[in-house]
Design a protein around this ligand. Sequence first.
Ligand code: NAP
Ligand code: G4F
Length: 359
Amino acid sequence: MKKALITGVTGQDGSYLAEFLLEKGYEVHGIIRRSSSYNQERLEDIMSKEEAEALKGHQRFYLHYGDVTDALNITKIIGDIRPDEIYNLAAQSHVRVSFDMPGYTLDTDAKGTLNILEAVRILGLSEKTKIYQASTSELFGKVQEVPQKETTPFYPRSPYGVAKLYGFWITKNYRESYNMFAANGILFNHESERRGETFVTRKITLAAARIAQGKQKKLCLGNLDSLRDWGYAKDYVECMWLILQHDKPEDFVIATGEMHSVREFTELAFKNAGIELKWTGKGIEEKGINKKTGEVIVEVDSKFFRPAEVDQLLGNPTKAKTLLGWNPTKTSFNELIKKMIISDMKKVNNEQKIKKSFD
Ligand code: NAP
Ligand code: G4F
C-alpha cells in the first residue's frame, strides 16, 4: 500500500486530495496545526468513514500535529512515516493577507517548502519519496504573456507570490541538484463548496445565498474588473496526483483556459440564487442593483483593494492535457457556480435552523 503525506490537509485542496488518495487505495497521513478552536470540518466525511474502518482494523487515515515552519517536527514526521509521496499544500494562502503578514507568509510558503525538501534529503529518502509543491499562477502576477504557460516569465505582485516563487525555485533546485522527484503544479484559481470564506468566489456565493434568504442586506467587494481563470478544486487535485505519476518530474500549468471577471462571477452567482442584477455607476461608485426590488445589494469598498493587483490570469493547460491526459473543462464555469450556490443555499438555511433552536 502506497503512503502519502499531505501538509495543509485541513484546507480546501488537502481535504479533496485526502479523499481522492483514499479512494485510490493509499494510506494517507495529514499534518494538522494545533488550534484552540475546531479546524477539521472539511475532514468530517473522511473521519466518519474512517472510524468505521478503524473498528474493523482497516485504518488508512492518520493525522499528526505539526507545522511546516518547524523543521524538527517536519523531519520527525517524515522520518516516522517514510512516505512514497508528499503533497506540500500548507500555506498562508490569502494574497491580501500576505501584505499584512509578509514575514509569516515567507516562513510558511518559502521556508516551509525548504524544510520538507531538506528533511527528505537528510533522511536519505531522495530516491523513495516524490514531492508535489503547490505552486501558483500568482507567480505570473503582472503577466508577461497571455495566456500563461510553463515557459512564461514570472513577475509576482505580492508577498505571497514572492514567497511562492522561492518555493517554486527551491523545488526545481532540489530536483536538479539531488536528482529528487520534486515537481511544481502551477495551479490557477480553483474554487469549490469548501473554499475559504474570504476568497472572492466563496464570499460572493455565501452573500448571494444570505441575501436571497433575507439574512444579509449587502455585499461589499473590491476590484470587480479583476480577471481570473477559475476551475473546480475537485478536478484539480486529480492533477496533483497525475503530476507525481508522470514518468519524470516536471512542472505543469493547471488551468481551464477560460477567463472571467469578478463582476461576471457575481452576476451569475446571484442569478443562480434567483436574483437578477443590473450594474450602474463606474469605479468606486459602481453598484449592483436587484432588478426586481431596485435595492442596492452590491457595492465597491476600497478596503478590499490590494497595494498591488494581479489584473488578469489566464492559463494554457496544453502540457497537462497532452502529457497527463487531464481534462481541464470537466466542470464548466457555470457548473462550478451552481455547485457553490446550491451548497451555500443549504448552509444558510441550516444556519437559520441552528439559530432558531437557540431562540
Ligand atoms: P487553504 O484552504 O488556505 O489551506 C491551507 C492549508 O495550509 C490549511 O490546511 C492550513 O491549516 C495549512 N497551513 C497554513 N499554515 C500552515 C503551517 N505553517 N504549517 C502547516 N500547515 C499550515 O488553501 P487551498 O486553497 O487548499 O490551497 C492549497 C495550496 O495550494 C496552498 O499552498 C495554496 O497556496 C496553493 N494554491 C491554491 C490555489 C487555489 O486557487 N486554491 C491556487 C494555486 C495554489 P489551517 O486549517 O490550520 O489554517
Ligand atoms: O479570491 P481571491 O482572494 O484570490 P487570489 O488573490 O486570486 O488568490 C487565490 O488564487 C491564487 C492562484 O492564482 C492562489 F495562489 C491563492 O492562494 C488564492 O487561492 O481574489 C481574486 C480576485 C483578486 O483580483 C481580488 O482583488 O478578486 C479580487 N477581489 C475583488 N473583491 C476580491 C474582493 N478578493 C477578495 N478576497 N475579496 C474581495 O472582496
